[in-house]
Design a protein around this ligand. Structure first.
Ligand SMILES: NC(=O)c1ccc[n+]([C@@H]2O[C@H](COP(=O)([O-])OP(=O)(O)OC[C@H]3O[C@@H](n4cnc5c(N)ncnc54)[C@H](OP(=O)(O)O)[C@@H]3O)[C@@H](O)[C@H]2O)c1
Length: 263
């Protein structure tokens, strides 16, 4: 994820691009290129919301600087937990010592428990906002106008981090309930990628690939994204990268890097 968010209007996909060295980090040794490519956007988003912001640029989404909150021993509920940001946020929160409730649709339960979720809520059967109370932090990786429904699940003094904060309309209710609502816009960071790479290499954090497509099929990849219910990340591959994968191009499958803990 390079020169983000300052890349400008001419965004797109390409085989070659120039990048400032400060936006780059070495690929984790134990990940192939497909899995490594799946990390930066979602990994940096989860890192900057939950671990360290890492810069002092003006936040375009709110006047105050976003501050991560201490997670050790805290309860964290993650909505949209199976998606790109969600599955990495879950693992970072666990790594920091939180107890995590993952909210997603039915088919993601085994996946999220495997990643360390202490509890799973299937939102197609149960509304988390009706059942859960006194949470320290809700990370809403779906976000948008519906995020305010989570305010009632959070204890006074707790926090709500909507990853997609646009349209959030619950600021008055948040003030009444004594809940902090805070968001940030992700930024490129080679330093933070290097820290994430260490966790990926040790197997403490894993990255899931929903599906891979050759660059020439970027439009089909976007159709997959629009269909929703993503588990991990969609990756566009250049050159021979897809040939190295066990999964077929375009077929949703989770491909795990080996767990390297203890090796
Ligand atoms: N602030 C920033 O800088 C920043 C950075 C990156 C992304 N974002 C934003 O963050 C959001 C998430 O991005 P992403 O890449 O993680 O998206 P994603 O990979 O598409 O994941 C979204 C996940 O949400 C789940 N979901 C959909 N509707 C749901 C619902 N009603 N309740 C619970 N889960 C639901 C989906 O699966 P199931 O429905 O099957 O559970 C899916 O796994 C996007 O809006 C994106 O624009 C913001």
């Amino acid at each position: 994820m390079i020169r983000f968010p300052s890349f400008g209007e001419s965004l797109g996909y390409a085989e070659y691009v120039s990048a400032p060295a400060s936006d780059l980090a070495a690929k984790p040794r134990h990940l192939d290129h497909i899995h490594a490519a799946a990390v930066p956007m979602s990994g940096l988003t989860a890192w900057q919301f939950l671990i360290e912001l890492g810069h002092n640029e003006q936040n375009p989404l709110q006047s105050e600087r976003h501050s991560p909150v201490p997670l050790a021993g805290k309860s964290v509920m993650i909505n949209g937990a199976a998606g790109g940001v969600g599955h990495l946020a879950l693992q970072l929160a666990k790594h920091e010592g939180a107890r995590v409730i993952a909210v997603a649709s039915t088919r993601h339960e085994a996946f999220l428990r495997e990643l360390g979720a202490d509890e799973f809520i299937d939102y197609t059967k149960t509304k988390p906002e009706d059942d859960v109370r006194d949470i320290d932090l809700v990370v809403d990786a779906v976000g948008g106008p519906a995020s305010g429904r989570f305010l009632r699940t959070i204890r006074r003094g707790g926090a709500l981090f909507p990853i997609f904060p646009l349209g959030f309309a619950g600021h008055d209710e948040a003030a009444d309930r004594g809940v902090t609502v805070s968001a940030t816009q992700v930024r490129s960071s080679g330093d933070q990628l290097a820290k994430l790479a260490r966790l990926l290499d040790s197997g403490e954090v894993r990255v899931a690939v929903d599906s891979t497509y050759p660059l020439s099929e970027a439009a089909v990849a976007h159709e997959r994204a629009e269909a929703g219910h993503i588990q991990g990340k969609i990756v566009l591959a250049v050159g021979d990268a897809i040939a190295d994968q066990s999964g077929q191009a375009g077929v949703p499958s989770v491909q795990w890097p080996p767990r390297m803990r203890g090796h």
